[in-house]
Design a protein around this ligand. Structure first.
Ligand code: HEC
Length: 138
């Protein structure tokens, strides 16, 4: 603002001061609203982002035994492949909690040596892969 304009616009009358305060409140409210929307958009974007991280991670870490995605380069090498992620995602009873429990334990026993071993994932990898599996729900 040029000095000339600012002298005019920052006039010291009470009315203009009140106006400024009102504008300030309005601006604060608008900013708060924008903040809320941004937060909502961000958390949606973050879950999309973690699902896509889980997608590429699963192609590397799980694709030897599972059909992980339609864009998987090679079929699973496990003879008698494990259920596909599509099937797992759409099974009744599949939840973030059931997946987390499954992924944090081993399922191989002497009787069932071919069940899934504990994949020993870091927490963020578990979260991403769960977000990805749940994104396959129809
Ligand atoms: C060495 C082979 C192998 C690898 C690698 C593997 N899995 Fe599995 N997975 C299996 C087998 C076999 C089963 C089915 C038998 C069982 O329940 O253990 C299974 C079952 C599952 C199930 C439960 C399915 C159900 O019916 O509820 C989930 C979830 C799962 N795998 C996720 C993953 C994820 C995520 C990865 C990658 C981080 C992964 N698996 C890597 C072999 C594997």
């Amino acid at each position: 603002m040029t000095p000339y304009l600012s002298r005019h616009f920052t006039g010291s009358s009470q009315a203009s001061r009140n106006m400024k305060i009102a504008q300030g409140y309005f601006a604060a409210r608008v900013l708060f609203g924008i903040g809320l929307c941004a937060f909502a958009a961000m958390s949606k974007a973050m879950s999309d982002e973690s699902a896509s991280g889980g997608h590429s991670f699963a192609l590397k870490a799980c694709g030897a035994c599972h059909v992980v995605a339609a864009d998987q380069e090679a079929p699973p090498i496990l003879y008698n492949p494990a259920p596909s992620f599509d099937v797992i995602a759409n099974k009744r009873g599949t939840t973030a909690d059931s997946l987390r429990l499954f992924l944090k334990t081993t399922h191989t026993t002497i009787r069932e040596p071919n069940n899934m071993p504990n994949p020993m994932l870091a927490d963020y990898q578990t979260a991403e892969v769960i977000a990805y599996i749940l994104s396959l729900r129809k």
